[in-house]
Design a protein around this ligand. Structure first.
Ligand code: HEC
Ligand code: HEC
Length: 492
């Protein structure tokens, strides 16, 4: 039975949508806009003409907002070219197959679940050795991961991946990754989707996430048929990738699928780059979204935004809030790194006196001003992927927006009741340190309650309705015969 129960993001959406204060007609229109299957046609109740004065900005105001958006680089997202189906099918199988994990107990999709907008609806993910999915996942013999699992939307628009940008593709076509020279030119030649093609190479190498531990290690959960991946040195990426290809090559169906996806290349001449590129092809083909109300507005439909969303767009693009100074480009990220004063909890990245701090980008770049800086988060479909922040600091979108107003005071008074009870006692008292490198754009920033409501409404206009229903991404079975990630094992 597919796993598709409570989606926190969806229920909070409908609650907020209903509370939007409008006239009766507009309430009906906004409820329709919140409807799961909302499309341009269905947004307006049939036979009810909106009163133009309430509903529509003047043509001049609309054109002026479009011009300001364009000047900020907030432009339409171009859907990438269609990806060949044989590659998509291979990528889908790999993303849902626990065969890629050392102990065959976790897949990419365990933390990137279709039922939770390709995240896991947790503050921090639980790695290999855990049990269950999404909010119901239990620790058992697993470990908590230091950061929140982001959604996998619109990856083709991103050149810088992970919260700290440790996988990136620069303007000269060079890949920067934790594997350095072990990612060879022979491998990068296979990549078709930019930085996204490289990302699948890394979760499989990380012990707490997917690779697991060797026998005798603290978290050992050896599978009956052994965990040969755990035996490699942490720095031996090439060894781990070859061992994974040996595993996959032992399954005839995978050999066939790889050879169909890369016509003319025999399986034995392939590397794990072919697997990683296929997963990227699957994400890019099935998770690129360009049909939000905002896109329709950009394309010239003045009625695509509610009045509140329209005001929110003006505030976002052209006000003291300066949101668009960082959130720009087709995916609403400048792909740069900033400190927006978020609380720290969880196991951390080995930083600070306790080792439980996470200094973010400075760990990669070595640039001191990038302490506590994280990549500007892309914002399309953001309402669907709660909780928010690099450690899932905020449960509600409105609260993340509210945080930008007097963020120094907000950080000092951060309310741990919104995070998982097991994490609350791990909150670090590092407020002064975090504020020392906070982005200058946030100095003295105060937003009115109206601005915060409008901005939140605008962020909801970035949702493509088709992103609300992703359960169709889950394959019925995977070639290894192991349980498909996202499916409850029969005995649970
Ligand atoms: C244990 C949970 C877990 C598993 C398993 C997992 N991920 Fe992730 N994923 C995360 C977390 C947490 C992050 C953020 C890590 C960071 O930025 O430091 C992430 C980040 C990403 C990103 C970056 C998105 C962005 O916006 O930068 C991509 C893409 C991704 N994962 C794909 C994969 C693929 C492909 C696999 C399987 C090979 C996989 N993940 C397995 C938890 C997981
Ligand atoms: C100085 C650059 C900057 C400015 C200005 C800025 N942001 Fe951000 N935004 C970021 C960064 C960086 C993150 C990721 C922070 C983290 O997780 O550590 C982020 C995260 C977010 C998130 C969370 C997304 C998620 O999925 O976790 C939202 C929502 C958001 N910003 C909205 C806004 C709004 C609305 C404004 C204007 C009031 C704004 N931002 C202004 C840089 C900025």
């Amino acid at each position: 039975m597919p796993f598709s129960s409570r989606t926190r993001a969806a229920s909070s959406t409908s609650r907020r949508c209903i509370s939007i204060p409008y006239t009766a007609i507009l309430l009906a229109a906004s409820l329709a806009a919140c409807d799961k299957a909302a499309t341009t046609e269905s947004r307006r109740p049939i036979g009810v003409e909106p009163r133009a004065a309430d509903r529509l900005p003047s043509r001049d105001d609309a054109d002026s907002l479009r011009a300001q958006a364009a000047a900020r680089g907030i432009v339409a997202l171009t859907r990438p070219a269609r990806v060949r189906e044989s590659l998509v099918r291979l990528g889908q199988a790999l993303a849902f197959d626990p065969i890629l994990s050392g102990n065959r107990n976790i897949a990419c999709a365990t933390c990137h679940l279709p039922a939770f907008a390709t995240g896991d609806a947790r503050n921090l993910s639980i790695g290999e050795g855990g049990a269950g999915f999404g909010p119901d996942r239990r620790l058992e013999r697993g470990l908590v991961i230091a950061r929140n699992a982001p959604p996998l939307f619109n990856l083709a628009a991103m050149t810088s991946l992970f919260w700290d940008g440790r996988v990136s593709l620069d303007a000269t076509g060079v890949f920067h990754t934790p594997a350095s020279a072990q990612l060879t030119p022979q491998m990068t030649r296979v990549f078709e989707f930019g930085a996204a093609s490289a990302i699948g190479l890394f979760p499989v190498t990380t012990r707490p996430e997917m690779r697991g531990f060797a026998l005798g290690a603290p978290s050992a959960t050896p599978a009956p048929d052994g965990n040969e991946l755990a035996l490699f040195d942490d720095a031996d990426f090439t060894g781990i990738w070859s061992a994974l290809m040996a595993r996959l090559g032992a399954i005839p169906e995978y050999r066939q699928m790889f050879e169909a996806a890369y016509p003319g290349t025999p399986f034995d001449a392939m590397t794990f780059a072919h697997a990683s590129n296929a997963m990227a092809g699957f994400f890019v083909e099935r998770l690129s979204f360009d049909n939000s109300p905002w896109d329709r507005f950009l394309a010239g439909d003045d009625a695509a935004l509610t009045p509140e969303q329209f005001r929110g767009a003006q505030t976002f693009i052209n006000s003291n809030a300066k949101c668009a100074a960082c959130h720009n480009g087709p995916a609403f990220s400048d792909q740069k790194f900033r400190n927006v004063a978020l609380a720290q909890f969880g196991p951390g990245k080995g930083n600070g006196p306790s080792g439980r701090d996470d200094f973010g980008r400075v760990n990669i770049s070595g640039i001191a001003t990038e302490k506590y800086a994280f990549r500007t988060t892309p914002l399309r479909n953001v309402e669907l992927s709660a909780p928010y922040g690099h450690a899932g600091q905020f449960a509600e979108l409105h609260d993340f927006v509210d945080h930008y107003s007097e963020s120094d005071v907000k950080l000092a008074n951060y309310d741990v009741r919104q995070i998982d009870p097991s994490l609350r006692s791990t909150l670090l008292p590092n407020t002064a340190d975090v504020l020392a490198t906070r982005s200058g754009a946030l100095n003295g920033l105060v937003l009115t309650p109206q601005q915060i409501d409008d901005l939140t409404a605008y962020l909801r206009a970035l949702t493509d309705p088709s992103a609300r229903h992703l359960n169709g991404l889950m394959p019925g079975r995977v070639p290894s015969g192991l349980p498909v990630a996202g499916e409850r094992p029969p005995r649970e």
